[in-house]
Design a protein around this ligand. Structure first.
Ligand code: ZN
Length: 184
């Protein structure tokens, strides 16, 4: 595996509509592994192939959903109740030729950044939930239902495959003083 260089605006590859993946051979497998490594190193929670200069419909996403409903309450020996949150494992998604088949009417505002637009944040309205169909890394069709922040990441990455970046959609864009986390 190797790290790939992340391209930034105004690189024209970020503005191109990417082509569907048709070959699931070794070259694609290497690209996927490299993109996963590059995303983790950045660090980011998502990375689309155009962000490493490859105009193909492929994105990787790795994110742990913060699920408040899964909190477990334990009673400590002194009789004091403590809330222990189980660690949520990060889930890795490899999306090839993804298509949004259904999007919730409900939309939510959230703050996004992008590895290809360093130093900027924006407030973007996204569908709260999605149904997505895609192919996995072996070309097998998969259907996914995602909601909340994960649905936001999916929309951000699928936009990259269409040459769209978050600053095109943002209601407000600004330069934060602190370092940005959770870039995509
Ligand atoms: Zn991005």
């Amino acid at each position: 595996m190797a790290l790939r260089q992340i391209v930034t605006l105004p690189d024209p590859v970020l503005r191109r509509k990417a082509k569907p993946v048709t070959n699931f051979g070794r070259e694609l497998q290497t690209l996927i592994d490299d993109m996963i490594e590059t995303m983790r190193e950045a660090p980011g929670v998502g990375l689309a192939a155009p962000q490493v200069g490859i105009s193909e419909r492929l994105a990787v996403i790795e994110y742990a959903e913060e699920d408040d409903e899964d909190e477990e309450t334990e009673v400590a020996s002194e009789g004091v109740e403590v809330t222990i949150k189980p660690p949520t494992p990060k889930q890795l998604y490899v999306l090839i030729n993804p298509e949004i088949v259904k999007a919730s009417e409900e939309k939510v505002m959230g703050i996004e950044g992008c590895l290809s637009i360093p130093g900027l944040l924006g407030e973007v309205e996204r569908h709260e939930a999605l149904q997505v169909k895609a192919l996995n890394r072996h070309g097998k069709p998969v259907k996914l239902k995602v909601a909340g922040w994960l649905a936001r990441i999916f929309q951000h990455e699928i936009d990259h495959l269409n040459g769209v970046v978050f600053t095109d959609l943002a209601a407000r864009i600004w330069q934060p003083k602190e370092e940005i986390e959770d870039n995509v």
